[in-house]
Design a protein around this ligand. Structure first.
Ligand code: C5P
Length: 227
């Protein structure tokens, strides 16, 4: 299991200050929409200056026509990030086009697909996808696996089912982790680190339980002792 810290603080300065507190550890840093739109590539370079061994997950959830997605994937590979994601509902042609395009890169980033956004409830999800969340998440995971992606973004509660339907090597990245049962905030279905381990989660994504702690560095050390 490899820890991925969500850099969700409101400004670049605060996110970089958090990264500085955690620089002893060669962990993953998740850079999302808001930060990337505002602070762009220089922010990623600043993170790498703090610790060149930080691994970067660019969480932009791409969704467009296959060629446009593959163009974007190539630009992401050129930035030198270590992992990015797309929406699985972009479909198998988009997946295949992206993976074909990245195959010429010696060190390509890992590519994950988002199965179901956790903000959906069952009813709203069905309105769009005409299937239940669990069934569709498994179907999306299989499609991602068959088209050569490295893994999916899913909840801890789907991690084992998805691995059983694909391969134990197929990566699961799971937000909604409360390592030691901390406050859930707006997350509906949260899991402890212990459960995440049991369910075979490869990347637990943890935001608030780390950056809202009065000592984020010691919280990360506690987490790393377990995983
Ligand atoms: O603070 P917390 O640990 O809940 O942060 C979880 C992170 O994972 C946030 O950046 C959130 O946007 C992201 N995420 C999520 N659910 C998804 C996809 C991403 O919570 N399905």
């Amino acid at each position: 299991m490899e820890l991925c810290v969500a850099l969700d603080l409101p400004t670049a300065e605060e996110n970089l200050a958090l990264a500085k507190q955690l620089k002893e550890h060669n962990i993953w840093m998740k850079v999302g929409f808001r930060t990337y739109i505002r602070d762009g590539k220089p922010f990623i370079e600043a993170l790498k200056e703090i610790n060149p061994n930080f691994k970067i997950f660019l969480d932009l959830k791409l969704y467009d026509i296959p060629n446009t997605m593959a163009d974007a994937a190539e630009e992401i590979a050129k930035i030198g990030v270590d992992m990015f994601n797309i929406h699985a509902s972009a479909g198998s042609i988009a997946m295949k086009t992206i993976m074909d395009r990245l195959s010429s890169y010696e060190k390509r980033p890992l590519v994950l697909a988002v199965t179901a956004l956790t903000s959906f409830d069952e009813e709203n999800f069905q309105t769009i996808y005409e299937k239940g969340i669990n069934e569709k998440a498994e179907q999306f995971a299989k499609m991602s696996y068959e088209n050569g992606l490295d893994g999916v973004v899913c909840s801890t509660f789907e991690s084992r089912v998805i691995k059983n339907a694909t391969s134990t090597e197929f990566l699961t990245l799971c937000p909604g982790i409360r390592p030691f049962g901390e406050d859930a905030g707006d997350q509906q279905r949260v899991a402890t680190l212990e459960l995440a381990q049991k369910e075979g989660v490869d990347f637990p994504v943890i935001g608030r339980p780390i950056y809202r702690d009065e000592n984020p560095a010691s919280k990360v050390s506690q987490i790393l002792k377990i995983i």
